[in-house]
Design a protein around this ligand. Structure first.
Ligand code: FAD
Ligand code: NDP
Length: 426
């Protein structure tokens, strides 16, 4: 049993949705494109799962956040795919790939053949078991990667209202979920191994602002230690977490956000991998020229920094997907991908954006006792990164612009004095 398509997108997440939109904009014909996804729903804006989806009042639910509402473009419902002759093969895992034969074998036993493949398989959440702790499947222990996880988390939150939650990990999932738990009237303790939250991006000064804000909302922090085991009741429901420093924290529920691993296993030994992802060139093309990779799974050349990176953020997934489709459909008109890394988050009433690279000297600016402050990173005499909390649209555009321009900086003290004004006047 089998079907053949010109283009196949493997994975049905953010990158798949934006790639499909771009295929249609560029005139794909009916019956040429197929999307295969393990998830049972059409591509959606994954960031909603840790934000609007977890609200106690009027939460976001599909079909409201199908791609491409995240960029204020049209919403691609299953009807849209049908109208454009795109085959959505949902709830179907691909269990093997053969890039030499250009075939994918699904768990249902179907062989799907392509001329061009876009790999957009995203990533899976790291499990505690990979750090020697068991109990991930227990009642009350939650992860958050897909819609099924989000539904489970909502149920667990509802049955824990007024109770205690422990959040393991001080990264994006930890910070966004902790805020959602507070809004759902749950007492939160965050546990992570580093000295401060968001350790890979935030400076201690920036982290301290957010930690103090969280503390003002009742969140407690236990830093510099990790979980070693859970306690369960006779129904195998979690009742407490035990930490390496000997502390026992009572818990009606636990959320674990300790990082991800890209889903590359189908292509190991077939495509060149680098930095944990599928290595692609500036056209998002892998070591096999019929296979492209985009989103969390792709390691690509960041032209502005002359090095390859893998990025786990939605803006990159969207833009890389569109770029791959442009390179496939109009190769002669498509230049090398020139992407400025962009990360953001929204928690409580706070909202920040970051552009570029957080290397070199840091220059903080603004009012850290108020609600608008930021930082520049200066490496080898040039601005390479900028962060801003509480900015306006114009201010965020300004910090993005100067980060791309990489202006020379002679005097860090002067840059500190100018602060946001430096970006606004350049
Ligand atoms: P995904 O969106 O993860 O999609 C991968 C798809 O591939 C999934 O549908 C999966 O089921 C499918 N798949 C995998 N393997 C197979 C297989 N073998 N067969 C069939 N299908 C398969 N980034 C930000 O910049 N800002 C945010 O605010 C933000 N919030 C986030 C909130 C949450 C809860 C999560 C989990 C992530 C968030 N991110 C955010 C990160 C962002 O969502 C990802 O970078 C983005 O989704 C990557 O897109 P992708 O298409 O590469 O992968
Ligand atoms: P992150 O990589 O952001 O953070 C993981 C955190 O867990 C780090 O602080 C890490 O520390 C810590 N950690 C690692 N191992 C352990 C352990 N054994 N016990 C306790 N803590 C540990 O991953 P997340 O899980 O938070 O996020 C998953 C994915 O979702 C990421 O790709 C992220 O980009 C994406 N996401 C993005 C959002 C956004 O951009 N706004 C929002 C939500 C999710 P260390 O640094 O030392 O390894």
């Amino acid at each position: 049993m089998g079907r053949a398509f010109v283009y196949v997108i493997l994975g049905g997440g953010v990158a798949a949705g934006y790639a499909a939109h771009e295929f249609v904009k560029r005139g794909v014909s009916h019956g040429e494109l197929c999307i295969i996804s393990e998830e049972p729903v059409a591509p959606y804006e994954r960031p909603a799962l840790s934000k609007g989806y977890l609200l106690p009042e009027d939460p976001a639910r599909l079909p409201a956040f199908h791609c491409c509402v995240g960029t204020n473009e049209e919403r691609l419902t299953p009807k849209w795919y049908k109208e454009h002759g795109i085959e959505l093969v949902l709830g179907t895992r691909v269990k093997s790939a053969d890039v030499r034969r250009k075939t994918l074998l699904t768990a249902t036993g179907e062989t799907i053949t392509y001329k061009i493949l876009i790999v957009a398989t995203g990533a899976r959440a790291l499990k505690l078991e990979e750090f020697g702790v068991s109990g991930s499947d227990a009642d009350g222990v939650c992860y958050l990667r897909d819609l099924a996880d989000a539904n489970r988390l909502v149920n667990v939150m509802q049955s824990s209202s007024g109770g205690n939650a422990v959040v393991i990990g001080g990264g994006y999932i930890g910070m966004e979920c902790a805020a959602s738990l507070v809004i759902n009237n749950i007492n939160v303790t965050m546990v992570f191994p580093e000295a401060h939250c968001m350790a890979r991006l935030f400076t201690p000064k920036i982290a301290s602002y957010y930690e103090e804000f969280y503390k003002s909302k009742g969140v407690q922090f236990v830093k510099g230690t990790v979980l070693t085991s859970f306690d369960f009741d006779s129904d195998q429901k979690v009742t407490a977490v035990n930490l390496r420093d000997g502390t026992k924290l009572p818990a009606d529920m636990v959320i674990v956000g300790i990082g991800i691993r890209p889903n590359t296993s189908l292509f190991e030994g077939q495509l060149t991998l680098e930095k944990g992802g599928i290595k692609v060139n500036g056209r998002m093309q892998s070591s096999n020229n019929s296979v492209y990779a985009v989103g969390d799974v792709a390691t690509f050349p960041v032209k502005i920094f002359s090095e390859t990176r893998r990025l786990e953020h939605v803006d990159f997934a969207r833009k890389a997907a569109r770029h791959a489709v442009a390179a496939i459909m109009e190769p002669e008109k498509t230049t090398e991908f020139d992407y400025l890394p962009f990360f953001y988050s929204r928690v409580f009433t706070l909202s920040w954006q970051f552009y570029g690279d957080n290397t070199g000297d840091v220059v903080h600016f603004g009012d850290f006792s108020g609600n608008r402050f930021g930082a520049y990173w200066v490496n080898k005499g040039q601005v390479v990164g900028s962060f801003l909390e509480g900015g306006t649209k114009e201010e965020y555009e300004a910090i993005a612009k100067i980060t791309r321009l990489k202006p020379a900086i002679e005097d860090l003290v002067d840059l500190e004095k100018q602060g946001l004004g430096f970006a606004l006047t350049l």
